[in-house]
Design a binder for this molecule. Structure first.
Ligand code: ADP
Ligand code: MG
Length: 387
C-alpha cells in the first residue's frame, strides 16, 4: 500500500505544509509535518497522495505584470496583467501571456484590457476575474489560499484597498494583508526596513512611478505619479506621428523603448528599423531611427520622473536626507531597465543610484519575504480599516 502511494512523487520536504482533509467534516485543516510524519500520512490517508504545498501566496498585482510567490516555493507565476474577454457576456477568454498575444488583433466581440492600467483598478469585475484565474493557475492544493499578501500602489484610496481585499476574498483568501509597493520593493532588494535609517526607493512600473522614503518599518514621505513605462511608450507613438507622419502600434513602440530607448547618451549609439503606416499615403512604411532620436522622444517624461524625485527629496526630513546622501537611491520596476536612467538620475541628484538586481521581480520577492515571515514583518503591512 505504502509503495503504491509513494510511487511517482518526491518525499515531502521538512518545511512543507500538508493540508489535511477531515473527511467527516469536509473542512480543511493545516498541519506542519516532518518527513517522517509525511510517510505516516501517505500510508494511512487516501487524500495525502497529492503533493500539497501551502497555498499561502504573495501577489504583485502590477499594472503591467502580475507575479505570484507561493510560500515555500518562490515565484510561481509571472504574466502580463492582461485579460481578453467577450464583450457581451463578459466571460474571460484568456489571461496573461495568452491574452497578450491577442492585443490589437481581436475582432468585434473580443476585447483585451489591462484592468489595472493607471495603477488603480479600472474594471473591478475583470480585475477580480484575472486575480482568481491567476491564483487558480498556480494552485497545487485542494484547499484555497489561506493567507494572501498583496502589493498595492502607495497612493491607492481606501475604496480601492477595499476592492483589492474583496477580490482576494472572493478568490478564496481567508486572511488578506496589503503592503505598499515601494515597501515591498525595498524589502525585495534586501534593505533592512526596520532600522532607523532613511532609504529612498523609486519603482517605475507600467502605470505609476512610486517614490518613497522608508525608515523604521514605515513610509515617511511618498509620491506616486502616473508617468511610467506606459507613458514612455506613448511618447514614442506620438513622436512618430508628429515627426514622421507614421502611425505605429503600442507593441512596436514598446520594442523600440526596450531595445534602443535611453535617458543618457550611450557609449555606442544604436539604430532600429521601424515599420508603421504612413498617415498621408495610408500604406505601410519603414524608416531607420537612431537611439539619439528616441532619447529625445522620451525626454519630457524622464524629466517629469526626475522632478518628482527631486521634489520628494525636498520634502524629506533632514536626518533622513543625510542617510540618503550616503546610501543613495534604489531603482526598481521594469522602468529601472531603461538604458542610462541611473546615470541621468545620478547626474541630476548628485546622489549614488543603484539599480536593483532583477528589478522586475523586486516587488514580488519583497512580498514573498513578508509572506514567509508575517510575524517579523507585521509592522510594514498597511493597517486595515474596517467599516
Ligand atoms: N529593458 C527595459 N527598458 C525600459 N523599460 C522596460 C524594460 N523592460 C521592461 N520595461 C517596462 O517596464 C514596465 C513594466 O514594469 P513592471 O515593474 O512589471 O510594472 P508593474 O509593476 O506596473 O506591473 C513596462 O512599461 C515595460 O515597458
Ligand atoms: Mg510594480
Amino acid at each position: 500500500m505504502q509503495q503504491r502511494v509513494l510511487q511517482g512523487r518526491a518525499p515531502l520536504e521538512f518545511h512543507e505544509i500538508v493540508t489535511w482533509w477531515k473527511l467527516d467534516t469536509k473542512k480543511a485543516d493545516v498541519a506542519f509535518v516532518t518527513s517522517s510524519d509525511s510517510h505516516f500520512l501517505t500510508q494511512f490517508h487516501p487524500m495525502a497522495r497529492f503533493r500539497i504545498f501551502s497555498n499561502d501566496v504573495g501577489i504583485d498585482l502590477g499594472t503591467a505584470n502580475t507575479l505570484i510567490w507561493q510560500k515555500g516555493k518562490g515565484i510561481v507565476l509571472n504574466e502580463p496583467s492582461i485579460v481578453a474577454f467577450d464583450r457581451t457576456s463578459k466571460n474571460i477568454i484568456a489571461i496573461g501571456h495568452e491574452a497578450e498575444k491577442m492585443v490589437g488583433k481581436t475582432h468585434r466581440d473580443i476585447k483585451t484590457i489591462r484592468p489595472l492600467k493607471d495603477g488603480v483598478i479600472a474594471d473591478f469585475e475583470i480585475a477580480e476575474g484575472m486575480l482568481r484565474a491567476f491564483i487558480q493557475k498556480t494552485s497545487t492544493s485542494i484547499a484555497h489560499a489561506k493567507r494572501m499578501v498583496i502589493c498595492v500602489p502607495s497612493g491607492i484610496t481606501e475604496v480601492e484597498k477595499r476592492a483589492v481585499r474583496d477580490s482576494a476574498e472572493h478568490a478564496g483568501a481567508k486572511q488578506v494583508h496589503l503592503i505598499a509597493e515601494p515597501m515591498a520593493a525595498a524589502i525585495g532588494v534586501g534593505l533592512d526596513v526596520h532600522e532607523p535609517m532613511g532609504n529612498m526607493v523609486v519603482d517605475i512600473g507600467g502605470g505609476t512611478t512610486e517614490i518613497a522614503v522608508i525608515a523604521l518599518s514605515g513610509i515617511v514621505v511618498d509620491e506616486s505619479i502616473r508617468i511610467a513605462g506606459d507613458e514612455l511608450t506613448s511618447s514614442i507613438v506620438n513622436w512618430f506621428k508628429r515627426q514622421h507622419n507614421i502611425l505605429i502600434g503600442d507593441r512596436t513602440a514598446e520594442i523600440i523603448k526596450v531595445n534602443v530607448g535611453s535617458a543618457w547618451p550611450l557609449p555606442e549609439e544604436l539604430e532600429i528599423e521601424v515599420k508603421g503606416r504612413d498617415m498621408v499615403a495610408g500604406t505601410p512604411k519603414s524608416i531607420i531611427v537612431s537611439s539619439e532620436e528616441i532619447r529625445e522622444a522620451l525626454n519630457e517624461n524622464i524629466s517629469t520622473i526626475i522632478e518628482a524625485v527631486l521634489t520628494l527629496l525636498e520634502k524629506t526630513p533632514p536626518e533622513l536626507s543625510a542617510d540618503i546622501f550616503d546610501r543613495g537611491i534604489i531603482l526598481s520596476g521594469g522602468g529601472a531597465l531603461l538604458k542610462g536612467l541611473d546615470e541621468r538620475l545620478r547626474r541630476e541628484t548628485s546622489l549614488p543610484v543603484h539599480v536593483a538586481d532583477d528589478p522586475l521581480t523586486a516587488v514580488v520577492r519583497g512580498t514573498g519575504k513578508v509572506l514567509e515571515d508575517l510575524d517579523a514583518y507585521s509592522s510594514v503591512l498597511i493597517k486595515s480599516k474596517r467599516y
